[in-house]
Design a protein around this ligand. Sequence first.
Ligand code: SAH
Length: 234
Amino acid sequence: MRYFYAPDVHPMHQLDAEESKHMVRVLRASVGDEFLLIDGRGGRYHGTLHQLDKRQCVLQTQLIERVPAPEVELTLVIAPTKSTDRFEWMLEKAMEYGVRRIQPVWTTRSERSKEKRERWNRILVSALKQSQQLWLTELMPAMSWEEYLTLAQGPGFIAHCEVGEKQHFFEVMNPGESCWVAIGPEGDFTPDEIANAKKTGATEVSLGAQRLRTETAGLAAIQMFALAQRSPLT
Ligand code: SAH
């Protein structure tokens, strides 16, 4: 069944002009056709096409289930890469893996500082539908690394390639505990940025012997976190 995303689903749900046009022109839907609606906040609805109009379609909806967000969540704090494509690819994959929150940060060595919130959100929504999940990865407004450090909550980890005493992220994170992990830009975090993170209580970590690109490092951290949630019980 076809998925629709709508952040607020109403019992008589009106699709916007773009979705309505899609319904009529592309899907060639008929009154009575059935759909699934997801609100990205755990709600899954059944929808029946009630009114067909290329400017405004109406779906009659009914809640099927509301699934709570996983209790243990990862916030991926990451410096957007110079290449938009690479960053957007990372967003799509992060959503597929179901990461709870992404916090873009600008750092000293960031090679770009243009936030594309709408476009990035569209990519996340499309990956949400494609991967048929119920919780949309939350995209936080971009901010500077220093500002993030003043707001950061809970246990945090900073992954970097500078020399120093680092343990592997997989080894030091606590399964069952929400945390954030920060990934730097192409040129890495500066020693000052690392020192400031440590002052706020963050732990320096390694992601392994290889130097990964920013977007790869982000995905690697997400996978390590996801795997850790299953250990040591399964
Ligand atoms: N230019 C740097 C590499 C930066 S890699 C150098 O040559 O040393 C970009 C980001 O990915 C880093 O800031 C870090 O957060 C993360 N990263 C990549 N590989 C890593 C690894 N093996 N351990 C820890 N962090 C890593």
